[in-house]
Ligand binder design. Structure first.
Ligand code: PBG
Length: 330
């Protein structure tokens, strides 16, 4: 009898997985439509819904057609969007980024007047500059400090239009501080700044650059974005944007950097966003179009993994589809 009690029971973990109801009860990580943020490309023109070839299912919308898409998102429970603008004219200084009647400012006004949603605006120059770099080009590089006032100016335009979140993605030092101070000085102290704090220099941005027509005309972004090899440096970037006053910090891309998400989750108490970027979307789309992956289960698995790693917010081109699948159940 005594010997019996001393024996360790056999470990039988499959008990936990026997029925669907048990599996649901014991599920550790869930994805909710309300934690998804949908990136949206807004362009000039009227009546435009233009497919992005490298991202099947993703479109560029003109300001008048974007509401229909956002209406569908809201219907499915996705209540936050991240806007990227594609102007008609690009120039050296990216001036359409901070034109008061630019596409993003107009889209923000349109969306805020129709929906009770969170509108975030990407703040960067690369979609607006003729050379495709994220800031002001000086010599063969990008000048950090000449870029900051332009980012601030753009952020103020979007705030003025009603944006809830300003999201600088230019990977410039002190970009969060510049925008925070600019906003506070113009009585937009109630708007949030979401720093693309740990933004890696990634090949997974390829399809986005087709969508935004923003590939750099010369060189690359390695002089300002973090090397994929460096996770300690990523923590220093997050640390500095936290000190600069970020309300939300981000790791981008998501899937190849789950370790960075998990490390950031353990270190910081701020809301943490993870951006599952264009290449992550397109690779699942391409493989499933070939019959090599099941799109729904692959996309759900990736989203679940990003949450499991510790992200609160998932920025993903699958937002609408994920929300529909979540409603359907697995
Ligand atoms: C830069 C920016 C990029 C993305 C978001 N903001 C591209 C880049 O650094 O070239 C990429 C997003 C994606 O790939 O989905 N403004």
């Amino acid at each position: 009898m005594l010997r019996e009690r001393a024996r360790r029971p056999e470990e039988r973990l499959r008990r936990l997985r026997r029925t669907e109801a048990l599996r649901e009860l014991l599920r550790e990580t869930k994805v909710y439509p309300s934690s998804l943020m949908a990136p949206i490309f807004v362009r000039d023109g009227v009546g435009v819904v233009e497919a992005v070839e490298a991202m099947p299912g993703v479109n560029r919308f003109s300001v008048d057609t974007v509401s229909e898409y956002v209406g569908r998102l809201v219907e499915e429970g996705v209540r936050s969007v991240l806007l990227f603008g594609i102007p008609r004219k690009k120039d050296e200084a990216g001036s359409q980024a901070y034109a008061p009647d630019g596409v993003v400012a107009r889209a923000v006004r349109e969306l805020k007047s129709h929906f009770d949603i969170v509108v975030a605006a990407d703040v960067c120059l690369c979609e607006y500059t003729s050379h495709g770099h994220c800031g002001v080009v000086q010599g063969n590089g990008v000048s950090n400090d000449l870029t900051l006032p332009l980012l601030t100016k753009a952020a103020l335009c979007y705030a003025e239009a009603g944006a809830d979140i300003l999201a600088p993605s230019a990977a410039m030092d002190r970009q969060v501080m510049a925008i925070r101070s600019g906003m506070d000085a113009s009585s937009y102290e109630d708007r949030l700044v979401m720093g693309y704090s740990a933004k890696f220099s990634s090949s997974f941005y390829g399809p986005f650059r087709e969508a935004a027509r923003s590939a750099p005309a010369f060189g690359d972004r390695k002089g300002y974005q973090i090397s994929p090899a460096n996770s300690r440096e990523a923590m220093r970037e997050i640390d500095s944007e936290v000190k600069e006053g970020a309300d939300i910090v981000m790791v981008k891309p998501a899937l190849p950097y789950l370790d960075v998400i998990s490390k950031a989750r353990a270190r910081y108490d701020l809301p943490l966003a993870a951006y599952s970027v264009s290449g992550e979307y397109s690779m699942i789309k391409a493989a499933s179009a070939n019959g090599w992956l099941d799109e729904k289960s692959a996309a759900m698995e990736v989203a679940t993994s990003i949450r499991r790693a510790g992200a609160d917010i998932i920025i993903t081109y699958f937002a609408e589809q994920l929300a529909i699948w979540l409603k359907e159940g697995s």
